[in-house]
Ligand binder design. Structure first.
Ligand code: GUN
Ligand code: ZN
Length: 431
């Protein structure tokens, strides 16, 4: 018989979407409860999880929050080494910091080094799944999927395609983008826990011919995801208009080339027109909110409450390294702050759901990750709710469990991550 693991502590539980129904109904914390895992999978949660036996190993997390591992729905692992680079807005930031660094990943050994460093960093922060852009180099895709496989992680990734407005050495063509992406998709998609995302970087760095070729590829492989950027910054939207004079709006540059669909994942989506919002909802496409990036690069205030309440699928992400943190705690705090600037108070229950099930749903993987429920993967993050003096003194005076959790969301970092399980294995822990 294989070993069973019993984790006891406060357990985060979901039964609905806290943006479309009262959060109190949709999200609960079961105090002094339990999660039972076996063979990489959650077997039971709550009272049913309290089992005894010689094969049961007990992990006592009294006073801590046992929750699903965070799911970061939009990141650029190749930007790990340039995170927090000073003083630029999007287009200058890409040209000054991002493209030179992405060029370095033409060396497969460097790509391997950065992919491994990146996944170790995100695990330290309690993130067990990511959807990452790579670079134009096929070996950068092999690097992240191989590093994820070593750790047992469920990762979404794809070769970033660009055939204009990028430096020599970082451009492919419509044909090579199609062919390289197809070869990588065939190699990696659904291999173990890997999911491939066809990845045009964004309309300004693709010709219409490249978007068309990638749209055709998606039509041939409809089970793949498609990830890109949409309406992040006002200057970028103006640039898109110059490059695509016939397009009705930014979304239309994708829609006209077969790159709008339910399995499409659109990062940022800040400066949307009414038509774009309606179309995205109609097709059931996913939006990804990247709040630390939106403040760091000065992009704007995403309408989280408006879009999520209207039933739009929304995930949450760091957007490393445009985002200024690897931490989904810090990312939730930034989402809270941006919503405050728009006049909305997002509840801790909504933030935690967004950073887990919300992102998993955006990536069409909610049947596998993003929640603690029987049959789902045992990808788990255990949070210490008193990880620093500042948090502890605040949590001590908390009126209820939600009031005890909120200071960790707002002030927590990797010191709050007490233990991380991936696929039923404890990868980080002992804090
Ligand atoms: N738009 C196109 N590429 C990028 C990128 O790498 N980061 C961000 N934040 N926006 C982008
Ligand atoms: Zn991005």
């Amino acid at each position: 018989m294989t070993t069973r693991h019993l984790l006891t502590g406060h357990v985060l539980q979901y039964s609905g979407n806290p943006f479309v129904e009262p959060w109190e109904n949709a999200v609960k914390i079961l105090e002094n409860s339990a999660v039972l895992i076996q063979d990489g999978t959650v077997r039971a949660v709550g009272n049913a999880a309290f089992v005894e036996g010689a094969d049961v190993v007990h992990h006592d997390h009294r006073g801590r929050l046992i929750m699903p591992g965070f799911v970061d729905a939009h990141a650029h692992y190749p930007q790990t080494a340039i995170i927090a680079s000073w003083g630029k807005r999007l287009i200058d930031w890409l040209n000054t910091y991002t493209f030179p660094e992405e060029m370095r990943l033409s060396d497969p050994a460097y790509a391997d080094q950065i992919a491994n460093r990146y996944l170790d960093l995100v695990l330290d922060h309690g993130t067990t799944s990511v959807a990452s852009f790579c670079t134009i180099h096929p070996a950068s895709v092999d690097a992240i999927f191989s590093a994820a496989a070593t750790r047992g992680m469920a990762v979404v990734a794809g070769k970033t395609c660009m055939d204009r407005n990028a430096p020599q050495g970082l451009r492919d063509t419509a044909q090579t983008a199609h062919d390289d992406s197809e070869a990588l998709l065939t190699r990696w998609h659904r291999k173990d826990r890997a999911v491939y995302a066809i990845t045009p970087r964004f309309s300004p760095t693709s010709t219409p011919e490249q978007l068309e070729a990638l749209g055709a590829l998606w039509a041939t492989h409809p089970d793949a995801l498609m990830q890109t950027h949409l309406s992040e910054q006002v200057d970028e939207v103006a640039w898109m208009r110059d490059l695509y004079p016939g397009a009705r709006d930014y979304l239309d540059t994708y829609e006209a080339h077969g790159l709008l669909g339910a399995r499409g994942v659109y990062g940022h989506a800040i400066h949307l027109t009414g038509r774009e919002i309606d179309r995205l909802r109609e097709v059931g496409a996913s939006l990804v909110h990247c709040p630390t990036s939106n403040t760091f690069i000065g992009s704007g205030l995403f309408d989280l409450m408006g879009l999520a309440r209207a039933g739009q699928t929304v995930g949450l992400a760091t957007d490393t390294g445009g985002g200024s943190s690897f931490s989904m705690l810090r990312t939730m705090a930034a989402a809270y702050e941006i919503a405050q600037l728009r006049g909305d108070a997002v509840h801790a229950a909504q933030l935690l759901w967004l950073a887990t099930t919300g992102s998993a749903t955006a990536l069409h993987r909610a049947d596998e990750i993003g929640a603690l429920a029987p049959g789902l993967a045992a990808d788990i993050c255990v949070l210490d709710l008193a990880s620093t003096q500042a948090i502890a003194q605040r949590a001590r005076e908390a009126g209820d469990i939600w009031d005890a959790v909120f200071p960790t969301i707002m002030m927590g970092d990797d010191r709050a991550v007490a233990e991380v399980w991936v696929n039923g294995q404890p990868l980080r822990g002992g804090k």
